[in-house]
Write a protein that binds this ligand. Structure first.
Ligand code: BG6
Length: 459
C-alpha cells in the first residue's frame, strides 16, 4: 500500500454535544446560549432551524455507537454539555445527564471505541452568560468546578480529555465579528474573553493533573497564513494576521507565554485586557499532553488596500486584508478554499515551532449543500469527500514520514449534524441524516473510510 499509517493511529470522527444530542422531554437540560439564541435570533440561523431539531444522539446513542463500530472506528470525540450536566452552570448536577453520559461512554468502551471527551464546545450555559460568560472572571472558577465534576463522574471511562474546542471562536465570533451570541463587537472585550478562556483551560489542566493519570489537552486551529507575495508589505500583513489569530492563542497554550509583540500593539490602541502576573505564571506552568488540530481552510492575506479609520472599532483587520487568490480551489457550498497541502505545513509548524508535541487531526471535513442530489440507490455517492480525505491524508502522511508526531485523524463528522448559524445547510457526515424521518444511512465515504481503517492506509 502506498500510504500506510501506524498500527495504533486514532481513526474516527468528532462531534459536539449541542450539535448532536438533541433534546428530549424531561431530560432536565438547562438552556445554553445556542438554545436561547437560535430561538430569540432565529433569523440568524439557516432556515430557522433551532437546537430543538439537532440530531438524536441523546436518544439513539446505542445505535449510533453501533454505526461507528460498523465503520471500524477506534476513537470518537464528543463533548459534554455543561448546561445538560449542570443546568444553571454552577449548582446541582442533573442525574439524568450523568446516566446518559455514563451509559454512552460505557457503550463506546465496550465496542472498543476510545472516547475523546471535550468539556466546552462553544456552549456557555445561559445562566452564566447572563453573568457575562467568560468575560466575567468568576466564570473561570465555575468552569474549573464543572471540569472537576466531569473528571470525578467520568474519568474511569475516559482516557483522553480536552478542555476546549477552538477557544478563539467564542471570543472572536461572540465578541468581535457578530456571528455568535452575545453578538458584541468590541476587540478589548473579545481579548478579555480569550484570556479568561486560556486561564480556564489552565485551571482545568491543573485540577486534572492533581488527581488523574490520563491525557489532557486542547483542540485548536493552527491555520497557516499564506501571504499574497514576498513583497514586504504582504509579508508584514501575514505576520500580523498570524500574530492576532494564531500565535496569540497558540503560544500561550503551547509555549506558556503570549508573543511579546502583542502587548505594545494592544497598549498603543488601548485594547489590552487585564492580565495579572499570577495569570502569566499560571499560563507559564501549564502544559498539555495531546494537541488536537482542526483544519478546514488556509488563511491568505495581503497588505491593506485602503487606509483604516483609526477612530473606528479596533480590529486585527486594521493590519491586513483577506486575499482572494485567483484560481483557488473552492468548496462553493461553504465558500471556503480547499488546500490539502496545509496539512503538511501544519505538521511542520508543530514540529519546528511547538516542540513536535503529540497531536492529531481532530477535525477535517467538507460540508456540502443539497447532498441529496448525489443519492443513487439510497446512498449518497460522495466521491468528492473521499477525494478530499485522501488528499489531506496524503499530505499528512508525507509529514509523518518526516518525523511529525501525528497520532490520528478524526473526520468532522460522524452523522450530519446541526451547525452554528449554518444549521443543516452543509452536510459533513459519514452518515446522512434525513431530517424528515430521522433515518441515518451510511454514505459511500463512510464505507471507504472503513476500508482505510481496516487496511491501516490506502493506495
Ligand atoms: C468547526 C467546529 O470549526 O467547524 C464545528 O468545531 C463546526 O463545531 C464545523 O460544526 C463546521 O462548521 P460550519 O460552519 O461549516 O457548519
Amino acid at each position: 500500500m502506498k500510504y500506510t499509517f501506524p498500527k495504533n493511529f486514532f481513526w474516527g470522527a468528532a462531534t459536539s454535544a449541542t450539535q448532536s444530542e438533541g433534546r428530549e422531554a424531561n431530560d432536565q437540560k438547562g438552556e445554553n446560549i445556542w438554545d436561547y439564541s437560535s430561538v430569540k435570533y432565529n433569523y440568524r440561523f439557516y432556515q430557522g432551524v433551532t437546537t430543538e431539531q439537532t440530531s438524536t444522539f441523546y436518544k439513539e446513542y446505542k445505535e449510533d455507537v453501533q454505526r461507528m463500530a460498523d465503520l471500524s472506528f477506534n476513537s470518537f470525540r464528543t463533548s459534554i454539555s455543561w448546561s445538560r450536566l449542570i443546568p444553571d452552570g454552577v449548582g446541582e448536577v442533573n442525574q439524568e445527564a450523568v446516566r446518559f453520559y455514563r451509559n454512552m461512554l460505557e457503550e463506546l468502551n465496550q465496542k472498543g471505541i476510545q472516547p475523546f471527551i471535550n468539556l466546552y464546545h462553544f456552549d456557555m450555559p445561559m445562566k452564566l452568560q447572563e453573568k457575562g460568560g467568560f468575560e466575567n472572571r468568576e466564570v473561570i472558577e465555575a468552569f474549573k468546578k464543572y471540569a472537576e465534576t466531569c473528571f470525578e463522574l467520568f474519568d474511569d471511562l475516559v482516557a483522553y480529555w480536552f478542555t476546549f474546542n477552538e477557544p478563539m471562536i467564542p471570543a472572536e465570533a461572540g465578541y468581535l465579528h457578530d456571528r455568535h451570541y452575545p453578538y458584541v463587537v468590541d476587540f478589548k472585550r473579545a481579548a478579555t474573553v480569550m484570556h479568561h478562556i486560556i486561564l480556564a483551560h489552565c485551571e482545568a489542566v491543573k485540577s486534572y493533573r492533581a488527581a488523574y493519570q490520563g491525557k489532557i489537552g486542547i483542540i485548536m486551529d493552527i491555520i497557516p497564513v499564506y501571504p499574497r507575495s514576498q513583497n514586504p508589505a504582504d509579508l508584514k500583513a501575514a505576520e500580523m494576521a498570524d500574530l492576532f489569530y494564531t500565535r496569540s492563542l497558540n503560544e500561550a497554550i503551547l509555549k506558556g507565554a503570549y508573543p511579546a509583540e502583542l502587548r505594545p500593539i494592544l497598549e498603543q490602541y488601548d485594547q489590552m485586557p487585564e492580565v495579572t502576573s499570577e495569570d502569566l505564571a499560571l499560563i507559564k506552568e501549564t502544559t498539555i499532553d495531546l494537541l488536537g488540530v482542526n483544519y478546514y481552510k488556509p488563511r491568505r492575506v495581503k497588505a491593506k488596500e485602503y487606509l483604516v479609520d483609526v477612530n473606528g472599532i479596533f480590529s486585527p483587520e486594521w493590519f491586513f486584508d483577506d486575499y482572494i487568490m485567483p484560481g483557488r480551489r473552492m468548496n462553493t457550498s461553504r465558500g471556503i478554499e480547499i488546500y490539502p497541502e496545509a496539512m503538511y505545513d501544519i505538521a511542520k509548524k508543530i514540529q519546528n515551532d511547538y516542540g513536535n508535541i503529540d497531536w492529531f487531526i481532530s477535525e477535517n471535513g467538507i460540508g456540502i449543500q443539497n447532498e441529496e442530489a448525489f443519492i443513487e440507490e439510497g446512498m449518497v455517492q460522495d466521491d468528492y469527500r473521499i477525494d478530499f480525505v485522501k488528499e489531506h491524508l496524503q499530505w499528512l502522511h508525507k509529514a509523518m514520514a518526516e518525523g511529525s508526531n501525528c497520532l490520528g485523524y478524526h473526520m468532522w463528522t460522524f452523522v450530519d449534524c446541526w451547525s452554528w448559524i449554518n444549521a443543516y445547510k452543509n452536510r459533513y457526515g459519514f452518515y446522512r441524516m434525513d431530517l424528515e424521518t430521522g433515518e441515518k444511512t451510511v454514505k459511500k465515504s463512510g464505507l471507504w473510510f472503513k476500508t482505510v481503517i481496516e487496511n491501516k492506509g490506502f493506495d
